[in-house]
Design a protein around this ligand. Structure first.
Ligand code: NI
Length: 136
């Protein structure tokens, strides 16, 4: 009997979408306002989903306090109020799109969760634009 539990979190961060291998024109054409040279901010809403069997002893899929602390340590402390391109190791050379940020967050959290639990990330860059990883 699998159950999904969810924890919401939030961070503010600045970024610039840019491919250094391309011309300025091509970057501008592809990334639009997100390519503006002086960066801009987003209020990212994160939903971390953990799927697993209910532990018969605790009645939990996982202790939400543990999940909350893990998200704070691994995601919020690392990215909140940062410039993703300049201030983080993860996006020094990786374009900080919502897609890439979701994959990075999954990779940061995954090693800290028990193997039998499934992990999914949903990341809102705006109210209307959001991504999920992994798919399916
Ligand atoms: Ni942007």
């Amino acid at each position: 009997m699998k159950v999904a539990v969810f924890r919401k979190a939030h961070f503010n961060a600045a970024h610039r979408l840019h491919n250094p291998a391309w011309s300025d024109d091509r970057n501008q054409e592809t990334f639009g306002k997100c390519n503006l040279p002086h960066y801009h901010g987003h209020n990212y809403d994160l939903i971390v989903q953990v799927i697993g069997d209910i532990d018969p002893e605790t009645g939990y899929v996982m202790d939400m306090k543990v999940l909350k602390d893990l998200i704070k340590e691994q995601v919020e402390d690392r990215f909140d109020h940062k410039n993703l391109n300049l201030d983080t190791d993860e996006f020094k050379t990786l374009n900080p799109t919502a897609e890439n940020i979701a994959v990075v967050i999954w990779n940061l959290l995954r090693p800290h969760l028990p193997k039998h639990l499934e992990l999914k990330i949903r990341l809102y860059e705006t109210e209307r634009n959001f991504v999920e990883y992994p798919v399916g």
